[in-house]
Design a protein around this ligand. Structure first.
Ligand SMILES: *Cc1c(COP(=O)(O)O)cnc(C)c1O
Length: 376
C-alpha cells in the first residue's frame, strides 16, 4: 500500500528530542523553540515568529490580536480547512464565505470587495497547496476598507509570492507543523507578526495573559496577569523535532517539488485529452510541493477512480467539504455571492500521495494506474 501521507522524518529528530530532555527544559520556550523561531524569522524576514501548539491556535491568537468581536464579519473561502473559520467564530464573528477561482482553488480576489460591509473586520486568505492567493489585490482591498489580513499559511512553509514569504504579507500569518505538513513537529504551528507593535501583546496572550516571556528574558523581576490569554506555547521536545526538519528544509522541499514535477509531467497526456484538470501555478508564485491534486469530470468519476486506486494499493483522498454547507458553517457563516466553483470543484478534486520519502518509482506506478483507469 502506498500511503497518502507519511510524516517527515530525517533521522536527527530523536537525538534532538533526547537533547531537549537532557537540557532539562521540556516545557515551552526552551533552546529549540528559540532556534526554530529565529530560523523562521531569518528565512521569512518577518518581524517576529512565535511557535504555537498548532496552526489552529496561531489563528486563534491572530483573531485575539485583531480584536475580533461578536457582530464582526470575516471574509474567507468556504473551500478550506475548518480552522480557518473556527478561530473567528470562537470570538463571535460571522464567517463570510466567498467563492474560489478554479485554477488555484484559492479565494477569488475579484469577488472579495463585493462581500465587504461596514461590519467586515478582516480577510483570511488561505493559500491552497502552498500556492499564493493574489495578495497584491487582497492587500489593496484591505487598505481601502481598513481591514486586517490574516493569512492561513498552514501549508506554506518555504513558499512565496513575488519574492515575499507566504505568511509575511498580511498583518499575521499562520503556519502548521502538523504531521501532514511539509515540515512537522507532530502537532504545532507558528504565528508570524508583521508589525512590531503587536509582539508584546502576542507574547502575553500566548503565555496565559502573563508577561512570563519578559520575566524569562530578565526584563521584569516578577511576572503577573496582565490580559486575557491562553496557553499556546509548544513543548521544547516538539520544537526539537521541528529543528531537525528546519535544518533540512531545502532538501525536504526539493524532494517534494521533484515528485510534484514528476506527477505533473506524467499526467500531461490526460490533461491534453481533456480527461483531468491539473494544478496551475500563477506567475510570481513559488510553491513548496505541498500537495499534488487533480480534478476529475465529476463526483461519480472521482469515486470510481479513488476506488480503482485503492484496489491497486494507492491511497488517494479528497477534501474539503465546503464550510458553508457544513452544520457549523450554516450556523456561524454565510456564503456571499454565487457558489460557482466551491461546491462543484470540491466534488471533483482528489489528492495523490505526497510526502518526503515518496519514491520516484512509486510516482511512476501511481501515474501508470491513473492512466490505466482513463485507458490512456
Ligand atoms: C493543516 C491546516 C490547518 C490546521 O493546522 P493545525 O496545525 O493542525 O492546527 C489550518 N488550515 C489549513 C489550510 C490547513 O491545511
Amino acid at each position: 500500500m502506498i500511503n497518502f501521507n507519511v510524516p517527515p522524518f530525517t533521522g536527527k529528530e530523536i537525538d534532538y528530542v533526547r537533547q531537549a530532555v537532557e537540557n532539562q527544559k521540556i516545557c515551552g520556550d526552551g533552546p529549540y523553540t528559540k532556534m526554530c523561531s529565529e530560523w523562521i524569522e531569518q528565512k521569512t524576514g518577518t518581524a517576529k515568529c512565535l511557535l504555537t501548539t498548532s496552526c489552529t491556535h496561531a489563528t486563534e491568537l491572530a483573531a485575539l490580536l485583531a480584536d475580533i468581536h461578536e457582530g464582526d464579519e470575516v471574509i474567507m473561502p468556504s473551500y478550506t480547512f475548518v480552522s480557518t473559520a473556527d478561530a473567528f467564530v470562537l470570538r463571535g464573528a460571522k464567517a463570510v464565505f466567498v467563492d474560489i477561482r478554479p485554477d488555484t482553488m484559492n479565494i477569488d480576489e475579484k469577488l472579495i470587495e463585493a462581500a465587504v460591509t461596514p461590519r467586515t473586520k478582516a480577510i483570511v486568505p488561505m493559500h491552497y497547496a502552498g500556492v499564493a492567493c493574489e495578495m497584491d489585490e487582497i492587500m489593496r482591498i484591505a487598505k481601502a476598507h481598513s481591514l486586517m489580513v490574516i493569512e492561513d499559511a498552514a501549508q506554506c512553509i518555504m513558499a512565496s509570492y513575488k519574492g515575499k514569504a507566504l505568511g509575511t504579507i498580511g498583518d499575521f500569518g499562520c503556519y502548521s507543523f502538523h504531521e501532514t505538513k511539509n515540515l512537522s513537529m507532530g502537532e504545532g504551528g507558528a504565528i508570524l507578526i508583521k508589525d512590531g507593535k503587536y509582539i508584546e501583546d502576542a507574547e502575553i496572550i500566548r503565555e496565559k495573559g502573563t508577561n512570563r516571556s519578559q520575566y524569562y528574558r530578565g526584563q521584569v523581576d516578577k511576572y503577573r496577569w496582565l490580559n486575557y490569554g491562553s496557553s499556546y506555547l509548544p513543548s521544547d521536545m516538539n520544537a526539537a523535532y521541528l529543528w531537525a526538519q528546519l535544518e533540512l528544509a531545502n532538501e525536504i522541499t526539493d524532494a517534494r517539488l521533484e515528485r510534484w514535477e514528476q506527477y505533473n509531467e506524467q499526467l500531461q497526456p490526460l490533461k491534453e485529452r481533456g480527461l483531468l484538470e491539473l494544478p496551475h501555478i500563477p506567475e510570481g508564485c513559488v510553491h513548496n510541493g505541498h500537495m499534488y491534486y487533480a480534478k476529475a469530470k465529476d463526483i461519480e468519476e472521482r469515486t470510481r477512480l479513488l476506488d480503482f486506486l485503492k484496489e491497486n494499493g494507492i491511497w488517494s483522498v479528497f477534501h474539503y467539504i465546503p464550510l458553508h454547507s457544513s452544520p457549523a458553517g450554516i450556523r456561524f457563516g454565510e456564503f456571499r455571492g454565487e457558489d460557482r466553483y466551491t461546491t462543484a470543484d470540491s466534488e471533483r478534486l482528489f489528492r495523490l500521495p505526497m510526502f518526503y520519502s515518496l519514491k520516484e518509482s512509486e510516482v511512476d506506478y501511481i501515474t501508470g494506474k491513473v492512466k490505466e483507469f482513463y485507458k490512456v
